[in-house]
Design a protein around this ligand. Structure first.
Ligand code: UDP
Length: 481
């Protein structure tokens, strides 16, 4: 007969992250949360990524987090961080290559626990893109919880994937219309995830299906969202139609540092690097809520034609901007940006081409809007800073996210695309002005600020995400023997 046992020692979890920044950043943040709840966390990812975490975030890590780099058989130097879709395809390969070393390490942790003060892992928490970890969890008879870094509204589609494949709706044809998913308005093909499109690389289609179809086998799904933001989608995730296996759903976001959520004053030590200093000093000199921050995250790089249209739009808008500009490998700033752009906008624009301190930029009082690719972390970070969004989605689930931002949450405007699927400069000029100065922009800002306050409440004692965290801790620490 099954009986419940509660561990006497500090509980130990194994965390496995997918090797791109948008997945690693919340995974590390959530590991910090678990560590402050008394867990020992063995955090694993590809070894080059772990080296980067040690260098950039080592000091902020809770000492109960142990980092382990997994060999991924990709020669050093080949992992070109932040270089667009190529690096995403490479990340898929790396994610799969980590499997043998992960299995060996988990095996070692279980064996060594007999002679060590660290007990065997109670569970594996692993990214939704490393579903092979389910086999390893099964083999060692420990539960696997999925770490989900996209919104609940995306997960409703993903859990419904078996039906969509059966019905032949996915892979999605370019002209597909009126796709019905229980509990949500019909979608057009273009709004479906990029990785499900017939036009996306086959490798990406297969990788997504293989990983997403296995979510139904997990012991629970931890989502970086909160009930007050996505209540309808979270309710839908608990219905029979979407989730026939009744996999427990744990919305425990926003997973962000507490100084950021509480809006605490910025500490100089938080940005010791040169870029951080440059951005902050420049923002300090701008008027309150006057600056448009432009960034497309850690993977996407817009086409050179799109970059030129953004430059023309910013030029014509006369607004101040801070642009994290990563050019496609073939382009150069000097020859590919419109003639005279840099000199004309010199007094009101700052262009950065390296990694920027996004949380600090968004929480700076001069930042008044965010032109974003709508990566889920960027949306949460913008909302939690009370900054409205100008949505220019690029790939993954970003088209879906932009609809959530513009139509449901109404904290942003979606840029319309013209010929060649490009948002043109006239459209950008008008939208930038509206966002920073217009009536609609002000209303969106007000709504974003209300959500920011809500976000701080949900993670505090008694809030919905805090209660969910307690429920997860209870589930993870109660083993069945
Ligand atoms: N980010 C950053 N500086 C940069 C670019 C990105 O700090 O120059 C962070 C950003 O704050 C976010 C993450 O990287 O936490 C990007 O995640 P998101 O989901 O927005 O997009 P992705 O990179 O996965 O497409």
């Amino acid at each position: 007969m099954a009986c419940e046992q509660v561990q006497a020692q500090a509980p130990h979890v194994v965390f496995l992250a997918f090797p791109t920044q948008g997945h690693i950043i919340p995974a590390i943040q959530f590991s910090n949360t678990l560590a402050s709840e008394g867990f020992i966390v063995t955090f694993m990812c590809a070894e080059q990524r772990i080296a980067k975490i040690r260098k950039s975030q080592g000091a902020e890590l809770n000492p109960s987090i142990r980092l382990i780099g997994l060999p991924d058989n990709v020669p050093l130097g080949e992992l070109r961080i932040d270089e667009g879709a190529d690096s995403f395809l490479l990340s898929l390969r790396i994610a799969d290559n980590m499997a043998p070393a992960f299995e060996q390490t988990v095996n070692g942790l279980i064996k060594d626990s007999k002679e060590s003060h660290v007990p065997p892992p109670l569970c594996i928490i692993s990214d939704f893109f490393v579903s092979w970890s389910q086999d390893i969890a099964n083999k060692f008879q420990i539960p696997r919880y999925v770490f989900y870094t996209s919104p609940a509204s995306h997960l409703t589609l993903v859990l419904y994937l078996p039906r969509l494949l059966e019905q032949g709706i996915v892979p999605v044809a370019p002209d597909a219309r009126g796709i019905v998913i229980p509990g949500r308005p019909p979608l057009d093909g273009s709004e479906m995830p990029w990785d499900w499109q017939q036009s996306s690389p086959k490798e990406v289609n297969e990788f997504s299906f293989r990983n997403q179809l296995r979510l139904h086998e997990s012991s629970g799904i931890l989502i970086n969202t909160f009930y007050e933001l996505e209540g309808e989608a979270i309710d839908a995730l608990r219905t029979e139609a979407i989730n026939p296996n009744k996999v427990p759903i744990y919305p425990l976001g926003p997973i962000l540092p507490s100084w950021f959520l509480k809006g605490e004053p910025i500490n100089d030590e938080a940005f010791p690097d040169q870029t951080g200093n440059e951005c902050m000093q420049w923002l300090d000199a701008q008027a309150p809520s006057s600056v448009l921050y432009v960034s497309f995250g850690s993977v996407a790089i817009p086409t050179i034609r799109q970059i030129q249209e953004i430059a023309r739009g910013l030029d014509a808008s006369q607004q101040a901007f801070l642009w994290i500009l990563r050019l496609p490998p073939s382009a150069t700033e000097a020859t590919d940006l419109p003639e005279g752009f840099l000199s004309r906008t010199h007094s009101r624009g700052l262009i950065i081409s390296t990694w920027a301190p996004q949380l600090l930029i968004l929480s700076h009082p001069s930042t008044g809007g965010f032109m974003s690719h709508c990566g889920w972390n960027s949306i949460l970070e913008s909302i939690c800073s009370g900054v409205p969004i100008l949505a220019l989605p690029q790939f993954a689930e970003q088209f879906l996210n932009s609809r959530l931002v513009a139509e449901q949450l109404r904290v942003g405007l979606k840029l319309q695309r013209g010929t060649d699927d490009v948002a043109e400069s006239d459209e950008i000029e008008i939208a930038v002005r509206e966002l920073i100065q217009g009536e609609e922009g002000r209303a969106m800002k007000k709504r974003a600020r209300a959500l920011k306050e809500e976000a701080a409440r949900v993670v505090a004692e008694g809030g919905s995400s805090h209660t969910t965290l307690n429920a997860f801790v209870q589930a993870a620490t109660t083993t069945h023997a």
